[in-house]
Every structure is written in C-alpha cells, then in structure tokens.
Design a protein around this ligand. Structure first.
Ligand SMILES: NC(=O)c1ccc[n+]([C@@H]2O[C@H](COP(=O)([O-])OP(=O)(O)OC[C@H]3O[C@@H](n4cnc5c(N)ncnc54)[C@H](OP(=O)(O)O)[C@@H]3O)[C@@H](O)[C@H]2O)c1
Length: 194
C-alpha cells in the first residue's frame, strides 16, 4: 500500500509562505526564499538529489484548493501539476468548471482524497501532501506516514503556518534522515503510531 508523506519547505519560525500569499505571490511576499533550494542559483547537487528522490517516489499528490489556485497554469506549474503529469487530488468545497487530465477535485474531505490517491499511486509509490491545512487534517486523522521538512534558514515572521492545528494532541516522530545543504536542512521523520 502506498505511503503518505507531507513534504514542504518551512522557515525556522514555522511558515510555509511569507505574508499575503496569492496567485501573484504563491509563496507570499518574500516567500520565494523558501524554494530557492528547489530552483535558485544556490541549488546544490545534494538538493538536486533530494528533489530526484521525491519526484521518483511520487505516485500521486493531495493538495488543498488554495495551493491549486495559486500555482496551477501559467506562472506556476504550466500544463501539469507540481510533479509533471503525476495525478493530483485537490480537496475543495466547490470544484472549478474546468476539466483536467492531471487534477481531480474531491469534495468529501482529505481522507477520501488520500484514499483515491493511494489507489493510483501503486504499492511502492508515495502520496505527497501539499498545503498546510490539508497536511494538518491528514496528520490529525492519523493518515500520514512521514513528515518531510525542508527547513530554511530564514525567519519569515508571518504567513501560513505549517503545524497550526494538528488536532490538539502530540504526534510522536522518529527522525530517520538529515541532509544538510547551505540553503536547506532536509529532514525526514517517520510518524510513530502507538
Ligand atoms: N512551502 C511549501 O513547500 C509549500 C508547499 C505547498 C503549498 N504552499 C503554499 O501554502 C499555501 C496553501 O496552504 P493552505 O494551508 O493555506 O491551504 P491549502 O491546504 O492548500 O488549501 C486549503 C483549502 O482547501 C480546501 N479544503 C481544505 N480542506 C478541505 C476539506 N476537508 N473539505 C473541502 N475542502 C477543503 C478549502 O478550499 P475551498 O473552501 O475554497 O474549496 C481550503 O480553504 C499556498 O500559499 C501555497 O503556495 C507552500
């Protein structure tokens, strides 16, 4: 059965965006700093290896509607999704009218989106979670196997918080790997289920 990983770039003070995220500024104002390791001039071979590993493992993606709205199409992912033509399941209360070969809109919640994503990801594939609210709901529901943080040496000060509401009780993690580069500390944690 496919596993589920939340994987996002986060500032030292816990933000996945700067302030005022929008279609014009998908990572908020000043938030592009968070993804410099992905495509900036300081991107290193070790960062590239982390990206290659994530892309190679991706069998499906689950994301929230805000992540979709700010990044789909021109100026964002272009014709595909965050991982090319890998299927993406978008949780939303109201699907857009447009049809897409990559995106499926899911209106009955995060657990349903994850189930649909797992069904297409294949036994060895991973389902990647994008969007803070969406990842938090999955964590609170006990549906996440791994938390990957790409910790960026910046204090963002404001924006969307990664772990704002995880259901009001502690979630134990076991750190399984750390890759350090000048732009990011890439940390993988296994979610420990009691
Ligand atoms: N730093 C990184 O690596 C990284 C990665 C991914 C995304 N981001 C950024 O993070 C921001 C988005 O995160 P976010 O937490 O604000 O939003 P999000 O999780 O992407 O989307 C939240 C939206 O999804 C819909 N939704 C969520 N749960 C739902 C449910 N159970 N049932 C139905 N619909 C549901 C709702 O939209 P509707 O009510 O409108 O349908 C909700 O407002 C964006 O700025 C994005 O660019 C950063």
């Amino acid at each position: 059965m496919a596993k589920v990983a939340s994987s996002m770039s986060v500032s030292l003070d816990g933000y996945v965006t700067g302030p005022n995220d929008s279609r014009e500024h998908p990572l908020g104002e000043g938030g592009e700093r968070l993804h410099r390791w992905l495509w900036g001039e300081d991107h290193t071979p070790a960062d590239a290896e982390v990206i290659g590993e994530m892309v190679g493992a991706a069998g499906a993606v689950v994301m929230g509607r805000r992540s979709y709205d700010f990044c789909e199409g021109d100026g964002g992912w272009g014709d595909g999704g965050p991982v090319g033509d890998t299927p993406c399941f978008v949780v939303t209360h109201e699907p857009p009218a447009t049809a897409s070969p990559v995106f499926t809109f899911v209106t009955d919640g995060v657990a349903s989106a994850i189930a649909k994503a797992k069904a297409v990801a294949g036994d060895d594939g991973w389902v990647g979670l994008h969007g803070a609210t969406t990842a938090q709901q999955a964590l609170a529901a006990g549906l996440v196997d791994e938390v990957q943080v790409h910790l960026i040496p910046v204090l963002m000060g404001a924006g969307v918080r990664l772990f704002d509401d995880i259901g009001g009780k502690p979630i134990s993690l076991e750190r399984t790997r750390v890759v350090e580069t000048p732009q990011a500390t890439h940390i993988r944690f296994r979610v420990v289920r009691d």
